[in-house]
Design a protein around this ligand. Structure first.
Ligand code: FNR
Length: 375
């Protein structure tokens, strides 16, 4: 297929449009699908449209600083490529390694969260880093064979990943009908070695169904406490969807949560993460639990202004899933780098127009939240 030159890509939607035309039927079904009627999928994004800005004028905005720190490590911008399985469905040769290369470029370095069920092993991803100080995080799916999980945690800690994101929103698999129509085989070359390691019989109707057999549905809070004993890595709970659970995670000593509904792929009609963030942050502050505890958010983020809104509401970092998957599938590392650059440019410009020069100066006073449900 003839793709336009990368300079012709003006926003993240362009990657999605191109991906919908060039991806295999299987890749498109797996990447784009969400649960049931895909209401949460759409709501994740459209909820951002209920928030407006209250810009400050006559501020010197000639210099904008997008940099931040995650777990004591510098990042050039406050967003990251979040975990996604099966990168080789869209980029058969390089899979997730091209995301690593794309987000690790000198002036644009941002973190990558690598899935337990990535096509490439975490060792391969670490080997693809552009520089040693490039931040890589690991997303953990817990297997019912705890030895597999414990060995994996020890291994990624030794490899030098900087944080462990434990996904908790997938004890059962959301019903993704598009995906279920395409057969998946664990032996396909795009598959992941974790299925074999866990001896999962994973030929199934749909890639999602195959992967979900890896995940232990009995996972509970006490397993998180056990995990804390096993590793010194910061533990962040990914997939939290109510303020009570945000508070619980802080109380048991986790380093953070990702407010997320798995990109609308799990429980349809779960609320938009930005709404849950608006609800949770004040509850956390009220209880003085917001020190040494970070809230991340993902789902439906497509513009610099989306990122800006989440940061104003107190998010430490903002994750994007499908946009990076599509950029990687269409253009490999160059596409991923372009996606990072677009987001940086959009975020920088919006901050200028908002009248704020540094990420740390963003706060809720800059937003009009009157159309938001939980305020
Ligand atoms: C995901 N997501 C995900 N999450 C996770 O913890 N482990 C995983 O292996 C995957 N795999 C995965 C594959 C694909 C194709 C998608 C689209 C998503 C969820 C992901 O980390 C994130 O929560 C959402 O993708 C965020 O929504 P957006 O940015 O895709 O709208």
């Amino acid at each position: 297929t003839l793709l336009p030159s990368i300079g012709a890509i003006s926003n993240l939607y362009d990657f999605e449009y191109l991906a919908s035309h060039i991806l295999s039927k299987q890749a498109w079904a797996y990447y784009s699908s969400a649960a049931d009627d895909e209401v949460s999928l759409r709501e994740n994004h459209s909820a951002y449209h209920r928030i407006f800005f209250k810009p400050k004028v006559l501020v010197d905005v000639s210099e904008i600083d997008l940099s931040t720190e995650f777990f004591g490590q510098k990042s050039d911008a406050p967003f990251y490529a979040t975990a996604a399985a099966l990168g080789k469905l869209g980029n058969p040769a390089e899979g997730e390694k091209d995301i690593t290369r794309g987000v690790g470029q000198g002036s644009t370095k941002v973190p990558q969260m690598v899935s337990t069920l990535a096509s490439c092993s975490i060792d391969e991803v670490m080997g693809a880093r552009v520089s040693e100080n490039q931040p890589i995080w690991f997303q953990l799916y817990v297997n019912s064979d705890r030895k597999i999980t414990n060995d994996l945690v020890k291994h990624v800690e030794e490899l030098g990943v900087k944080a462990l994101f434990v996904t908790v929103d997938a004890p059962a698999l959301g019903h993704r009908e598009k995906d279920e129509k395409v057969k998946f085989s664990a032996n396909q070359k795009e598959s992941t070695n974790m299925l074999k390691e866990a001896k999962v019989d994973a030929d199934a109707d749909g890639a999602s169904r195959a992967l979900s057999k890896f995940i232990d549905p009995s996972l509970s809070w006490k397993d998180i406490i056990e995990l804390k004993k096993l590793t010194k890595l910061p533990i962040i709970i990914k997939g939290v969807q109510r303020s009570e659970d945000v508070i619980k995670a802080a109380e048991i000593g986790c380093q953070g949560v990702v407010i997320s509904n798995h990109g609308g792929r799990q429980l349809d009609f779960s609320r938009a993460p930005i709404e849950v963030l608006a609800e949770s942050k004040p509850e956390l502050e009220k209880r003085n639990l917001d020190k040494n505890f970070d809230i991340f958010i993902d789902g439906g983020v497509r513009r610099g202004t989306d990122i800006l809104k989440a940061l104003c509401l107190g998010a430490k970092g903002v994750g994007l899933g499908r946009p990076f998957i599509y950029a990687n599938s269409c253009y490999g590392a160059a596409g991923v780098q372009r996606a990072v650059d677009i987001l940086r440019e959009e975020l920088e410009m919006s901050m200028r127009l908002l009248g704020v020069t540094s990420v740390k100066d963003l706060n809720e006073d800059l937003l009009d939240l009157s159309a938001l449900k939980y305020r």
